[in-house]
Design a protein around this ligand. Sequence first.
Ligand SMILES: [Zn+2]
Length: 505
Amino acid sequence: MSDYVRIFDTTLRDGEQCPGATMNLEEKLRVARQLALLNVDVIEAGFPIASKDDFEAVKTIAGEIEGPEIAGLCRCLPKDIERGWQAVKGARKPRLHIFLATSKIHLQYKLRKAEDEILRQAVEMTKYAASLCANVEFSPEDASRTERSFLAEVVEAVIEAGATTVNIPDTVGYAVPWEYGETIKYLRTHVKNIDRAVLSAHCHDDLGLAVANSLAAVANGARQVEVAVNGLGERAGNCALEEIVMAIKTRREVLGVDTRVNTQQIMAASRLVSQITGFPVPPNKAIVGSNAFKHEAGIHQHGVLVHRATYEIMSPEQIGLNPEEIAQGIVLGKHSGHHAFEKRLKDLGYNLTQDEVARALERFKEVADKKKVVYDEDLHAIVEDVVATGARPTYTIDYLSVTAGSHLIPTATVRLRKGGRVVQRAATGDGPVDAVFKAISSITHIKGELLDYAIRSVTSGREAMGEVTVKVRYKERIYTGVAASTDVIEASAKAYVNCLNRILV
Ligand SMILES: [Zn+2]
């Protein structure tokens, strides 16, 4: 496979930049390991100079993850590049990714520099980066709004200075496919040394065109696309990894290229990122939504039963789902064994550690005791719960009691355990959940601002599991906590404690 599209995943950098998607080190490592299983070509692990945490995350991932190249993002400044290099140099295949804005609007209002100054800075910093690392990617930020002739001049100069990949970002999600494709084509025909570098697309989804724009770039010769799992990213997000990879795979005869991604790991990657960030995947989301392979209309169901290709352009197996068992909707009960349970989780696309399977099984038994039958949706909630509490919980709930009613002042008593220490507090509130949160806050002394509280039932019926998501702002950052239980007050308490634990990590 000589002519293939490199998949550059930026879930951990651009994706993590999106409000509420903050991940701790352990969570970033889990995502990076899954990206390695997906066999992406490059993992952009973070922006090393942004914070100490970012630096540590990039450095740890560089040291641990084998397979993909590990990139760190840097502005075109010596101190950024120096720090970036310190973070990635331990990787088997390190990459420095440097960026500098080139559009008139950025030059005028943000950088207050003239074009020739920008050109000089781009060349100098590319040379500096290349003196440290043989693998340098240069991004002219806001390229899609940069005058083509100046863009070509910059691209040619940075390739001359040692850039091996040149990325053309549609930073603000403004381009339309044929226009963006034209830009790639223009660079391929107007930049003399273009064959010495890989052209890359980085598209944002502000107009819902990120995947379409990236495909247009590929059709015009780009051989790297920058993506994020579930399309996570700034504002409306980035080009979704699962969508572009499956588009290239499904329409290979039209595009004439391929990727090296192991698509059977797509579902597991989507689930992991959704669990860790607390951002649910909409049911109608392409490729990874829960309805993506469900046929509802009678005519469609009949067609698929006779011959799947009548209404299916790709198969669920390709992304790591087991269609027979999904169709049968196997339900588990309290007598289901360890093997059946573990197999079901695998069929649903989860890669869990033995420890996580054990903890999930424990939770499953508690739920099965209350519910009798446990559906796939319940299992998703259980796994989310186990993964969310998995990152070495600082606080755990030891005891919870709530009284509420139309003539009672809602009162909660909560006992939390942290290491060997147990603290109990009671509080009253506007409602039972408010009382629980106040009691928890009075134990932990974390004064965050509750931004969002959402509850949804994951199955139907009176014994349905309720999944609670809370978002808390603490010192300028937004943290998410998710938990599920058949008791929504308990789910709320656990979600809130999960969130506070993330603040503490
Ligand atoms: Zn971006």
